[in-house]
Design a protein around this ligand. Sequence first.
Ligand SMILES: Nc1ncnc2c1ncn2[C@@H]1O[C@H](COP(=O)(O)OP(=O)(O)OP(=O)(O)O)[C@@H](O)[C@H]1O
Ligand SMILES: [Mg+2]
Length: 156
Amino acid sequence: MPTDNLQFTPHIKLEFKINEKDFFVAGESASRVKKTLQQLGLHQDIIKKVAIIIYEAAMNVAIHGNHGMLRIYIDPESILVETDDEGDGIPDIELAMQEGYSTATHEIREMGFGAGMGLFNIDQCSDELHIDSKVGTGTKLQAKVYLRKKDSISDP
Ligand SMILES: Nc1ncnc2c1ncn2[C@@H]1O[C@H](COP(=O)(O)OP(=O)(O)OP(=O)(O)O)[C@@H](O)[C@H]1O
Ligand SMILES: [Mg+2]
């Protein structure tokens, strides 16, 4: 393995299971991670971005992704938010990323979701975003937020 990969070795890993139509786990996991990041002394701007990514990505799994996992990897360089689901997949990722695009049902919209802003907001908050999706199989989202040098958790 090239030594470059060492910087991606996770130092803290947090994991949450997301059940179908669980509208609470997104908020709960975002709060839990927020607390951890505050304890690590990270900058409020970074914490805010990570919390938005976690909330929107987890909501998408609960609403569109059938069920899946949310994982957060914290290391001195970055925070990686990853969701993995077994939903129907996204046929056109570029279209899904567009502001206002949503396939949410009437029922979901009545609950206040489905504005088509989630992926757009995730993109705005991420320094790197990768979405892999296979129709009929599921979707994997990876969003990375870089930690600024002065906010690093391990550098003296
Ligand atoms: N994990 C996923 N599995 C399958 N489809 C998804 C997934 N995430 C997003 N999508 C598709 O991409 C569309 C856009 O997602 P986005 O999060 O931007 O909006 P939304 O979830 O519909 O509404 P909002 O996030 O504003 O409540 C969704 O309507 C859905 O069609
Ligand atoms: Mg969404």
